[in-house]
Design a protein around this ligand. Structure first.
Ligand code: FAD
Ligand code: MLT
Ligand code: ZN
Length: 452
């Protein structure tokens, strides 16, 4: 521990006294993830206020040989942003500047700026940001780049990587790679492509230049029920293929609706429960309702529907969907399995998931971005440490032609699956890249990159 106190003194001298936290009580809030499932002990917590602070702190930590875990809003769901074994946690929350660029189509932000602050800035200049997710008040731009976050508009705007025009990254030894003003593609050496999804293993993102898009003039949100998940999945695929105005297609089932009702007192505007719900958003410069209605006209299996054109009613429908994660957490520490599936396989996945969980006396709650095949299979009712069916669920996704790794990333939770899914050549390339950026292996060890 003495090397940590020497390091703390050095960083206090070089960066500032209040940039270093070593009080155990304060550090505790950085040591457990959002679900309460992943926890560890931090050696120190550093809170840089500028790229220069961050660079000095990283240079000092690296020369002391102490591993570093970057942490933004700590809303990540795969255990990648919390310490495991006395690492230094670098919290980016005080890197919170938003810089006007003189152009309405882009903004430069520091890594700790939250998604909702970017959204607010965009609204104020008559624009919007392409990514949205329910953790918007806490999730940071740095964390979202590091995980290459998806979210509810992934079907329209893709994932985080496609919203980035430039990045600034602090390397392990404190050097600053500045590609903030670069054109977005530099072929093989494009830093944006490398850093999006790198989960704090190659460097710490300090700033980013983000793309802003025009606000749509017209928006309609519809909540639909379906008699079967098969019909809901078919409808999602059909809408994805045929409706250019599509902004979101989110699936959830009656169990999710029950939990949200219990936890938040929110209910769909229908009397009875159905097998599957789809929340659909369409938007454009002209009224998208005619296109949506014609797309839905002959769709089999639709039961009830609620159409919202007024913003307050649209928000209310979205709240049902966005409260699911919180409602699941309220039941205890959940097991969250974020998988990718060919959309046609979602019903078979759901059936087998129900069987696997029932066999151990647990319950499943499946929901997610169905049109993109990004589904969240939550298991509730197991002891927090019980991982007995986790790999069965991931294997099921794989057997159905999907993947155990999807929008939440790899973290510590899926590093063994990452190893299994990489070809020997991919594994070697990944290792070489990691060594190039992080020769001493001090950046987020145990996350994303399998060690052997
Ligand atoms: P953290 O949790 O702090 O960190 C996540 C990872 O990024 C860690 O590996 C960390 O080391 C690394 N990291 C953080 N900051 C930096 C940085 N500046 N430089 C380098 N590495 C860094 N995810 C989705 O994809 N789609 C969703 O729809 C979605 N919805 C969510 C809803 C809720 C209610 C919650 C709780 C989570 C949701 N998530 C979703 C997961 C989470 O919000 C995202 O993964 C988000 O991108 C994490 O951002 P963060 O700032 O909280 O990162
Ligand atoms: C979501 O889509 O709401 C998230 O990815 C969060 C979750 O999986 O719980
Ligand atoms: Zn999601």
């Amino acid at each position: 521990m003495s090397h940590l106190s020497t390091l703390a003194t050095r960083i206090r001298d070089e960066v500032g006294h209040d940039r270093v936290v070593d009080d155990r009580e304060i550090m505790a809030s950085y040591e457990t993830d959002w679900t309460g499932r992943y926890r560890g002990q931090a050696g120190l917590v550093l809170r840089p206020m500028s790229t220069e602070d961050l660079a000095a702190a990283m240079a000092a930590s690296t020369s002391a040989g102490v591993p570093i875990v970057a942490q933004g809003g700590n809303t990540g769901l795969v255990g990648g942003g919390v310490p495991r074994d006395c690492e230094i946690v670098v919290s980016t929350l005080e890197l919170d500047g938003i810089e006007a660029t003189g152009s309405r189509t882009e903004v430069v932000v520091s890594a700790g700026v939250t998604l909702s602050a970017v959204q607010q800035h965009a609204r104020e200049i008559g624009m919007r940001f392409g990514i949205d997710l329910a953790a918007r008040d806490s999730a940071t731009i740095g964390g979202m780049i590091a995980t290459n976050a998806g979210g509810v508009h992934v079907v329209r705007w893709g994932r985080m990587r496609t919203q980035i025009l430039g990045v600034e990254v602090v390397l392990h030894d404190g050097q600053v790679l500045d590609r903030l003003n670069s054109p977005s593609s530099r072929g093989l050496t494009d830093l944006v492509d490398l850093i999006a999804g790198s989960e704090g293993t190659l460097g710490i993102i300090s700033r980013a230049r983000l793309r802003l898009i025009p606000q749509e003039q017209h928006k309609v949100v519809v909540l639909l029920t379906f008699d079967t998940l098969e019909n809901a999945a078919k409808a999602a695929s059909y809408l994805r293929a045929d409706l250019p105005e599509l902004g979101a297609v989110e699936y959830f089932g009656p169990k999710a609706v029950d939990l949200v009702g219990q936890h938040r007192g929110l209910r769909p505007p229908f009397e009875h429960g159905e097998d599957a719900y789809l929340l659909v958003e369409v938007s454009g410069s002209e009224d998208p309702s005619p296109a949506l209605l014609s797309a839905l006209e002959d769709m089999p299996g639709i039961g009830d529907s609620a159409v919202a054109v007024e913003p307050g009613r649209q928000r209310a429908l979205w709240e049902l969907r966005e409260s699911i994660t919180e409602a699941i957490n309220a039941t205890g520490v959940p097991q969250k399995h974020d998988v990718w599936l060919p959309p046609a396989q979602v019903p078979e996945f759901a059936r087998s998931l129900t069987r696997i969980t029932a066999e151990v006396g647990a319950e499943s709650v499946l929901f997610g971005h169905i049109a993109e095949g990004s589904l969240h299979a939550n298991v509730i009712g197991l002891e927090p440490g019980d991982r007995s069916i986790e790999d069965d669920i991931y294997q099921l996704a794989l057997d159905l032609g999907g993947s155990p790794i999807s929008e939440h990333g790899v973290g510590t939770a899926k590093v063994h699956w990452q190893r299994q899914m990489l070809s020997p050549l991919e594994f070697n390339v990944m290792q070489s890249m990691k060594r190039e950026f992080d020769p001493s292996g001090l950046l987020n060890p145990g996350v994303l990159v399998p060690s052997s």
